[in-house]
Design a protein around this ligand. Sequence first.
Ligand SMILES: *Cc1c(COP(=O)(O)O)cnc(C)c1O
Length: 404
Amino acid sequence: MMLSWDLTPSVSSMRCDRAWVEIDLAALAHNVWQLRQRLASSTELMTVVKADAYGHGAVTVAQTALQHGASWLGVATIPEGIELREAGINAPILLLGATNTSEQVRTIVQWNLQPTICTFKQALVFSKTIAILKAEPIPVHLKLDTGMSRLGVPWQQAVEFVDRVAQLPYLQIASIYSHFATADSLDPTIMHLQNSRYQAMIDQITSLGVLSPRLRLHMANSAATLTDSTLHYDLVRVGLATYGLYPAPHLRGTIDLEPVMQVKARVTQVKTIQPGTGVSYGYQYVADRQILMAVVGIGYADGIHRNLSNRMTALIRGQRVPQIGAITMDQLMLDVSTIPDLQEGEVVTLLGQDGKEMISADDWAETLGTISWEILCSFKHRLPRVAVGQSFLALQNKCGIKVE
Ligand SMILES: *Cc1c(COP(=O)(O)O)cnc(C)c1O
C-alpha cells in the first residue's frame, strides 16, 4: 500500500540536472509504520540511521521515522550523532560503535549522546571523565557478545562485568544488549543459542539486584524483528527494513515494505553505433549490429559499481534496456535501440521503479555477490538526495486521515 500522490519530483531544479538519488518519504513513513504495528506497545522502535541512514540522508530519515513511530535513533559514530543534534533532533541517540577516549566522553556528554560500553576499561574512562567534568551521571548501554564475535564483553564474563560497572559512579546502566550473527539465516539454531545465552546472563545479572527497573533489554536487528516476536524485548534496532528491503528472501512475506531509494540520471547524448564498433574503455562491448546508444551522466564515482559493466539494465519510459561497455567514472552507455525517438535529457532509472519494471538493490547485490546493505551504502555524496512523496503525517494534516 502506498498512501501517496503528488510523487512527481521537481526534476527541473539544478539538483536533478545530471544524476540524483530520490528518497520516497511516503515509502519511508509506510515502512516505519508497518514495523511499529508489528511491535507490542511496550516495545520501542529504534531506527538505525548510521552511515547517513544507509545512504538515504540521516536527518531526513530520522525526522520522518520519529514522526511515524520510532522513538530511538541508532548511529555508529559520534559525528553521526552530532549531525542529528545539530538538526534539532532531541530523541535519544545510541552510539552503536565503541568509544574509548576521554576526549570522546566529553563530546558524548556535550551532545547528549548515549554510548555503548564494551569493556570495564571503557567504563572507567567514562566514570572518571564525567567526575572531572562534574557533569550529571549519564545513561550507558552495556554490550554483551553472545556469539557475534564483534563488539562486546564475552557472555561468560557478563555477570562480573555488569556488577563492576554498576558500582561505578556517574554511570546509569540504561540497557544491556547484544547482536545476532545469523538472524537472516533460514536455520534459526545459532540465533536461538545466542538468545538463550543472553537470557541466562540477564537472569543471573537480575539476581544481583544492581539493575534499575527501567533498564531496557534489546537484541533484534531487522531480520530478528521480522522473524520472531519473542526476540523483540523492550526495543528493536531496525535498519534495513526501514529502507524497504528484506534481509532475506524467506522474510518477504512477513511484512509489506516499499523501497525508499531510487537512483536516476539523465541521457546526455544519443547516437547511432555501426556494426563492429567498440564501446567504452577496453572495448568490452563491440556492436554486432547497428544500435542506437545513449550516454548517461552517472558512473562508478557516483556509486554504480564498475563490476556491473555489461551485466546491468536500466529503465527508460518503463522499458528495460541493457547497459553496454565498461562503466566509466562519470558516465555509462545503454543500448536504446528499442526506443528510437529517445531524447537527450530524458530520465533513466538505474535503481527503482519505472512503470511496471523494477530494479532493486537485491538485483545488484546478487549480480555483484554482495548484500543489499552494501549497495544502499555505496552511493556517493556527489549525488544529491532529493526527497519526494509525502509522509503519512503530512497526509494526516492535509486530509484529516487518522492513522491509528
Ligand atoms: C547496523 C546494526 C543494526 C541494524 O541492522 P539491520 O540488519 O540493518 O536491521 C542493529 N544493531 C546493531 C548493533 C547494528 O550495528
